[in-house]
Design a protein around this ligand. Structure first.
Ligand code: ADP
Ligand code: MG
Length: 576
């Protein structure tokens, strides 16, 4: 017969550890969060063999007395909350008081800690949940925790660990996230004593990304100024149009200083970029959202970083509006989007652009208003070509052209640029209240199979609002009496057939009118002839002007780049 018994604390802790620490990076996460909660200004993380052999987190935070150190290893011992009602306004990372006892129960755990007020520190050593020793230890104020032989006391968990490289990759990404989220703290990450990165304290976000994520990533982003709504603030860095990733690896979202996963935020970002990057790929972003802690629920899962918002729709809309505003503003500036963040202030001045665009906006202060180049006295305002400052140097093969720009050298893909311009003009006509429709002197007639015919009947209001006028005049026979102005009569029949086939195929997708217009415009663009090779120089300049009047000049509607640019700085670097 079995008897009911209370589990021994060690066993209970090992079970809890299954929830809190699934892998080495999760241990580092808990230790890092404790260091941050303890008010550390610098944190050093060392690991070896993907963290399996050893992990050390050392901080200069407030430390613990000997008694506190022992107490911290008891289950549900926490200094961070007292009442259940405190859960509604958590501002620290930890609050469950589970991490330290859980970690200590599944590894060899050594903690050295000293509060500034005490003359010396304490060392507590635990192995597989059993106290090995507690003794005085001379040290500077702060805390150093070493975790060795993770999961040796529970071999069953060892086999879930991945290769050293994979576990190391998780650790590096995790520490990067915390480092980027905490500009006030200096982080140092080392693997086997070799420095992986060192975060610069209090530097502008872009410089921090360069140090922490690497130079290449820093060149792929543009600055997002501060946006505000009642109770919410948003700032950060956004990937340049056309830059994308196959995973969410570089989609970084930070809420109230906490790196988080949020479906809502990831979706809003991906959605905002939908014509700028290929389908199924993710944009690059470092987005910082601050809001009343009472509006965020972090208590979703002990080990996951997933957050929920009390009002998901509000957050989503705020993000989409802000991101689109940045992407549009870049276009309105008449400056190629891909250069804005990487241009040195001196270069900007030379180009007549006030250097405020590259100011470190994400650092708290309100962003300086960006003054478009035309407002500068050095720039004539009446000639658009001069305002943009692109000068045609040469054609490159049939489909490309080379330009000198105020900031470097650019190569334009004429077809892609043309598609972007056409796309937005068609889209604008679709979404206009009264599209321009051209009546046909001699109506076109078209015979349709039952399926496209039924789609046509169903979609009649949409097509009418886009400028088509169809009239049924027999079984499966239709007359087209008017066409949208952008559609040439000789292309109309083929276009209508393609359109109806597409509509039949993507039935569900047309629920929202904006999506339908978008799809219509894309189909229209695909049908449009490529006129690139026959453009005169003047027409080519007009195309460039038109391109930079579009909302997203950097990419074609399918996400391919319309131009690539090398800034003077890029070029100087290449020449070494
Ligand atoms: P929680 O963070 O949920 O409170 P932990 O088990 O992670 O639970 O830590 C228990 C307690 O130990 C904390 O509440 C804190 O008082 C103390 N502590 C842990 N790490 C540190 C540290 N690096 N510096 C100072 N105090 C710490
Ligand atoms: Mg904790």
């Amino acid at each position: 017969m079995s008897t009911i018994r209370i589990l021994e604390p060690t066993v209970a802790n090992q079970i809890a550890a299954g929830e809190v620490v699934e892998r080495p990076a999760a241990v580092i996460k808990e230790l890092l969060e404790n260091s941050l909660d303890a008010g550390a200004h610098r944190v050093t993380v060392d690991f070896s063999r993907g963290g399996k052999a050893q992990m050390i987190v050392e901080d200069d935070g407030k430390g613990m007395t000997g008694d506190e150190a022992l107490l911290s290893l008891e289950r549900h011992a926490t200094s961070k909350i007292q009442l259940a009602s405190d859960l509604d306004r958590i501002s620290t990372f930890g609050f469950r008081g589970e991490a330290l006892p859980s970690i200590a129960s599944v590894a060899r755990f050594t903690m050295q800690t000293r509060p500034a007020s005490a003359p010396s520190g304490t060392e507590v050593a635990i192995n597989g949940g059993k106290l090995v020793h507690r003794r005085d230890h001379g040290m500077a104020p702060g805390t150093r925790i070493e975790v060795a032989n993770l999961f040796h006391p529970v071999p069953a968990r060892l086999k879930f660990l991945k290769s050293d490289e994979t576990e190391a990759a998780h650790i590096v990404r995790l520490v990067r996230l915390y480092a980027i989220a905490h500009p006030e703290v200096g982080f140092l990450l080392r693997e086997d004593g070799r420095e992986i990165f060192r975060s610069p304290g209090k530097a502008p976000l872009l410089d921090r990304v360069r140090e922490i994520w690497g130079r290449q990533v820093a060149e792929e982003v543009t600055i997002m100024p501060l946006f505000e709504r009642p109770g919410m603030r948003l700032s950060g860095l956004l990937g340049k149009p056309g830059v994308s990733r196959g995973t969410r690896q570089d989609l970084v979202t930070v809420v109230n200083g906490r790196p988080v996963d949020s479906r809502t935020m990831a979706f809003a970002l991906t959605e905002s970029y939908h014509t700028l990057i290929p389908k199924g790929r993710y944009p690059l972003a470092f987005v910082f959202l601050e809001m009343d802690p009472a509006w965020v629920d972090v208590n979703v899962h002990p080990a996951k970083r997933e957050v929920r918002f009390r009002d998901e729709a509000k957050v989503r809309n705020f993000l989409i509006e802000s991101v689109l505003a940045v992407l549009r503003a870049r276009a309105d500036d008449g400056l190629p989007t891909t250069t804005i963040s990487s241009i040195a202030p001196a270069t900007l001045l030379a180009a007549g652009v006030p250097p405020t665009v590259s100011a470190p906006i994400a650092q708290g202060g309100a962003p300086a208003a960006y003054v478009p180049p035309s407002a500068s006295p050095a720039q004539p305002t009446h000639v658009p070509a001069v305002r943009l400052g692109w000068r045609l140097l040469s054609r490159l093969r049939e489909e490309r052209a080379v330009f000198e720009t105020p900031t470097g050298l650019a190569i334009l893909d004429i077809g892609a640029a043309h598609q972007r311009v056409l796309y937005e003009s068609i889209l604008a006509q679709f979404t206009a209240q009264k599209p321009i429709s051209q009546p046909m002197l001699v109506p076109l007639s078209i015979e349709l199979d039952p399926l496209p015919a039924s789609v046509l009947k169903e979609r009649m209001p949409l097509l009418a609002s886009a400028g088509f006028d169809f009239e049924e005049y027999g079984r499966n026979f239709w007359r087209i009496q008017a066409l949208p102005a952008w559609l040439e009569p000789e292309e109309a029949l083929a276009f209508v057939r393609d359109l109806l086939a597409e509509m039949a195929r993507r039935e569900g997708d047309f629920g929202r009118p904006s999506l339908a217009y978008d799809a219509l415009a894309k189909i229209a663009v695909m049908k449009a002839r490529r006129k690139g090779d026959s453009l005169s120089d003047a027409e080519l300049m007009e195309l460039v002007q038109a391109l930079f009047r579009t909302v997203q000049p950097g990419t074609c509607p399918r996400g391919r780049r319309t131009y690539v640019e090398w800034t003077d700085a890029d070029l100087s670097r290449r020449f070494g």
